[in-house]
Design a binder for this molecule. Sequence first.
Ligand SMILES: [Zn+2]
Length: 113
Amino acid sequence: MLIPCPHCGLRPSEEFVPKGLAEAPRPALGGRAKPDGPAWQNYLHLRDNVADHSHEYFHHALGCRSWIVVHRHTLTHEVTGATMAADFWKADKPAKGAKDAKSPTAETAEDGQ
Ligand SMILES: [Zn+2]
């Protein structure tokens, strides 16, 4: 499987470390910067496991060391694009389950830029 790193272009998946879904917002920390128990437990352990398009964090550990969000179908492993993680939360995200191969970021990544 090839992953289109927005910085490096198409790279083999072996260079990346998957780090989980990028769709669940991280819960706020509790008092004195400790995680709030139940909200944190749900964030860590209760995730949907759907066969559909998803957004997942990957760390380009053997490349530019960037954190990216890869848009991938969980059933077919088809990768339709990738976004720098910092930009993912700034931009309007496609609706859950929507194929986003036409996003400007995905096109940039496919060009190898
Ligand atoms: Zn990279």
